[in-house]
Design a protein around this ligand. Structure first.
Ligand SMILES: NC(=O)c1ccc[n+]([C@@H]2O[C@H](COP(=O)([O-])OP(=O)(O)OC[C@H]3O[C@@H](n4cnc5c(N)ncnc54)[C@H](OP(=O)(O)O)[C@@H]3O)[C@@H](O)[C@H]2O)c1
Length: 275
């Protein structure tokens, strides 16, 4: 099985599906990471806030995989915004993960009320130049935040990781990202345990392709050029989530899935500290 990659605006490639690791903790992360790497995952999403980077790093070492074969994303949250706080924050992440660099470092939330995401981004630009981070991006940024960033800084984020699923399609936001060369990464792509996967439209399309509703949702992400990061701690579902590259959806099927959009984000994810 070959997992496709998407090119980011800095020329680097990001594998088009990754393993989400929230809410795994240090104790359970190693076994899950080993299972995921053995199944074929090469892209792992973690964050300082998840409190699982030691476990994720342990799992990577336990798997025996060559570090260069992996794409590791981490994120720094509010306490690392402003001044040069991100420098120490990244060093902490690298220590916990037991690696010399991460492939992608994200600002976890803009937290606009603090007014510090621009200076934090400037620190990220320096961190990228230092080699401890290959690519830099953001998470939970709305177009207004990205506009503000573009007006004040020189480097466009490589990715924007946002809540996105068939019920929260955020088409305007995705179009903005695409028009500005930003890869959109979908968090909670499977609806985070909601009844999304019981939806009748998904069931019908799944039966047609002999796939599960989760696979249909993940394939819909691929068809749209998005990068989903489903979390699973279950060996069978981890394998299932990767088994989406041997079929395609028709334009009508993609449209039918996109029509499940409820037109509403479930939470104000730009202003609060979430996951
Ligand atoms: N940037 C941010 O602010 C932010 C916010 C939230 C999440 N994230 C990231 O996005 C990742 C994914 O989001 P998420 O964990 O919230 O939600 P999700 O991936 O949409 O859903 C995870 C849930 O779906 C279940 N599941 C996984 N595969 C399945 C399958 N094939 N069939 C049925 N159920 C399945 C999992 O259970 P099992 O484990 O039992 O399989 C888990 O309960 C997180 O882990 C985290 O890395 C980022």
């Amino acid at each position: 099985m070959t997992i496709p990659s998407v090119q980011m605006n800095d020329g680097r490639m990001i594998p088009q599906i990754g393993l989400g690791t929230w809410p795994l903790k240090d104790d359970d992360a190693p076994a899950v990471i080993v299972t995921a790497i053995e199944a074929g995952f090469r892209h792992i999403d973690t964050a300082f806030r998840y409190g699982n980077q030691k476990g994720v790093g342990q799992g990577i070492r336990d798997s025996g995989i060559d570090r260069a074969a992996l794409f590791i994303t981490t994120k720094l949250d509010g306490e690392h915004q402003g001044g040069d706080k991100a420098v120490a924050g990244l060093d902490d992440c690298l220590r916990q993960l037991g690696t010399e660099y991460v492939d992608l470092l994200l600002i976890h939330w803009p937290i606009p009320a603090r007014g510090e995401f621009v200076s934090t981004w400037q620190t990220y630009e320096r961190l990228q130049a230092s080699g401890k981070v290959r690519s830099i991006g953001v998470s939970n940024f709305k177009p207004a935040h990205l506009e503000h960033l573009a007006a004040q800084t020189n480097v466009v984020p490589a990715t924007n990781q946002i809540q996105l699923s068939p019920r929260i399609t955020r088409t305007d936001h995705v179009a903005y990202d695409a028009a500005h060369g930003i890869v959109t990464v979908s968090w909670s792509p499977l609806g985070q345990g909601s009844d999304l996967l019981q939806d009748g439209v998904l069931a019908k399309i799944a039966a047609r392709h002999d796939k599960t509703p989760a696979q249909i949702v993940l394939r819909w992400n691929i068809e749209l050029g998005l990068v989903p990061i489903p979390k699973s701690a279950n060996k069978q579902r981890i394998a299932e989530n990767l088994d989406i590259f041997d079929f395609g959806l028709s334009a009508a099927e993609v449209a039918a899935i996109s029509a499940l959009d409820t037109g509403a984000e479930k939470r104000v994810d730009s202003d609060v500290d979430g996951h």
